[in-house]
Design a protein around this ligand. Structure first.
Ligand SMILES: [Zn+2]
Length: 151
């Protein structure tokens, strides 16, 4: 094993204190803790705040634990899939529910459905990114427990 920092996906890895990562060892509990932090838009690894530059842009590293979020190119493609699948299912479900149980006109239903289909992915995007990180963490241990370069 080389002592040089690894370069992975064009991003140089840095050493950091793995004690800053506060996650349970067990996969499901780790996912639950991580998902709770994600719902608050906090760092999935440590619970730190201010991890987004703006609504759509996750910082490269956590300001608290310094973990590298997107450690390889294309890492967040899974987040796009989660965002699209979850939000469009909600949009269709709400629109169908309104169609079945409300007396809304067809035009109002179309406008509602289109608004949900466009608006929900925008609102849900940061949560989808963090949820994808949680799914990844549920299957792969972070920090020094893993051969995967997260730091
Ligand atoms: Zn963190």
């Amino acid at each position: 094993m080389s002592s040089q920092p690894r370069v992975y996906g064009g991003k140089r890895t840095q050493h950091f204190d793995t004690s800053a990562i506060k996650l349970p060892q067990e996969g499901f509990r780790r996912f639950a803790v991580c998902a709770g932090r994600s719902a608050l838009r906090h760092c999935p690894y440590c619970g730190g705040t201010h991890i987004f530059r703006n609504w759509w842009s996750l910082k490269d590293r956590c300001p608290t634990c310094n973990v590298l979020y997107e450690y390889e190119d294309g890492y967040t493609v899974g987040a796009y899939a989660i965002n699209l699948i979850v939000t469009e299912l909600i949009a269709v479900g709400v629109t169908l529910s309104l169609l079945i149980w409300s007396g809304m006109s067809v035009l109002a239903l179309q406008l509602t459905g289109a608004s949900l289909a466009i608006g929900l992915p925008i609102v849900f995007y940061p949560f989808a990114v963090l949820l994808f990180i949680c799914l990844d963490l549920a299957f792969h241990n972070p920090g020094d427990f893993s051969e995967r370069p997260r730091v």
